[in-house]
Design a protein around this ligand. Structure first.
Ligand SMILES: Cc1cc2nc3c(=O)[nH]c(=O)nc-3n(C[C@H](O)[C@H](O)[C@H](O)COP(=O)(O)O)c2cc1C
Length: 331
């Protein structure tokens, strides 16, 4: 089943961030059209990792959440899809889709033949897509890519056309090369070129921090939609702000920053296993502290905290000293 209309706003897959607690927080502000899990090792999932239940949890919007798999082996990804498909059917939980990670450049993934390494072998990638579509015709299948190893519109275009012809439903492009870190801005003009080359929906991703960035990217590069990663942890309300500003450019949102932080701590404890509490809270506040006027000291203290209670108490103490930071208006 091809995706009927292209999703306009998507939450990016992010290790230790794109979990149920963040999706619940975002949904509480109004949500986005499509969510992702963090990347899940297909081989690990097949071997029964004890935390799989949480890695593949797609609540609160299972019908709109894709599970992202990474692996070097096509057969591992196919078997993982089968296992996921069967599990979901047995439990009556809709499977919102599967995303193929063809873009991760983390050295331990890339060197093992996973993530962006797939872009070296367009035929292997297209053949995986074709096999998955044959086995699971109704599955919404997407892939997330980078620009590859070097700038070449021709090889990038061929890679994407191969996926399209194999039956991919939509494609997400994070327009950086394999070795490029976040310091350099994404090469968004490639999104525009690819949008002209392929017919399936093309989603652009990278460096969107505001409604104004969103609008500029949509107007200048004409993707079907936009995926947001880090800024969704800084501003979990950003998707609803964008949606509202599309209808009324003067719209502003008043956010209680202090309460939102406390809400996230509660959600982490409600939705995730205890072993995840501290790492996930630290990862979230690393970004969320950017909403404060003087974030440096607090961010550092949270990163060195030994318990969730300590994080909560540090967070609340900050606002006792700086009550002006409790609420903020975003537009
Ligand atoms: C902490 C973190 C973890 C990430 N984990 C993943 C991942 O699991 N899978 C993936 O495809 N990309 C991952 N990415 C890349 C993001 O999905 C996204 O492509 C990138 O952050 C650029 O988008 P942004 O500028 O909106 O953050 C990760 C990025 C960050 C910052």
């Amino acid at each position: 089943m091809a995706i009927v209309s292209a999703p306009k706003l998507l939450l990016a897959p992010m290790v230790e961030l794109s979990h149920r607690a963040l999706r619940e927080l975002i949904a509480g502000f109004g949500g986005c059209e499509r969510y992702y899990t963090e990347m899940v090792s297909a081989s690990g999932y097949l071997h029964g990792n004890r935390f799989d239940q949480w890695f593949t949890d797609t609540a609160p919007k299972p019908e709109n959440t894709a599970v992202q798999f990474f692996d070097s082996r096509a057969d591992a990804i196919i078997d993982a899809c089968k296992k996921l498909y069967d599990e979901r059917a047995a439990n009556g939980i809709p499977l919102g889709g599967v995303d193929l990670n063809f873009g991760c450049s983390a050295p331990f993934i890339e060197r093992s033949g996973g993530g962006v390494y797939w872009m070296k072998d367009p035929q292997k990638a297209a053949s995986l897509v074709a096999k998955l579509k044959k086995l699971f015709p109704s599955l919404v299948l997407s892939a997330k890519i980078r620009l590859g190893y070097e700038e070449s519109l021709e090889s990038l275009g061929n890679f994407c056309i191969g996926l399209e012809e194999a039956g991919l439903d939509y494609l997400v492009v994070h327009p950086r090369l394999k070795h490029e870190k976040f310091r350099r801005k994404g090469r968004w003009h490639y999104v525009a070129r690819l949008a002209e080359l392929i017919k399936i929906p093309l989603i652009g991703n990278g460096d969107i921090r505001s409604y104004q960035d969103y609008k500029k990217a949509m107007d200048n590069y004409k993707p079907s939609g936009i995926m947001i990663g880090r800024e969704a942890a800084r501003q979990p309300w950003l998707f609803s702000l964008i949606n509202a500003k599309e209808k009324d450019a003067e719209f502003r949102i008043h956010v209680n920053i202090m309460e939102s932080g406390i809400k996230m701590l509660e959600l982490i404890k409600k939705c995730l296993p205890e072993e995840f509490y501290l790492s996930r809270a630290k990862r979230f506040f690393f970004y969320f502290c950017d909403n404060l006027s003087f974030s440096h000291h607090l961010r550092f203290a949270i990163q060195n905290s030994a318990s969730m209670d300590q994080i909560e108490s540090l967070w609340l103490s900050y606002f006792k000293e700086l009550p002006a930071d409790i609420s903020r208006v975003f537009q």
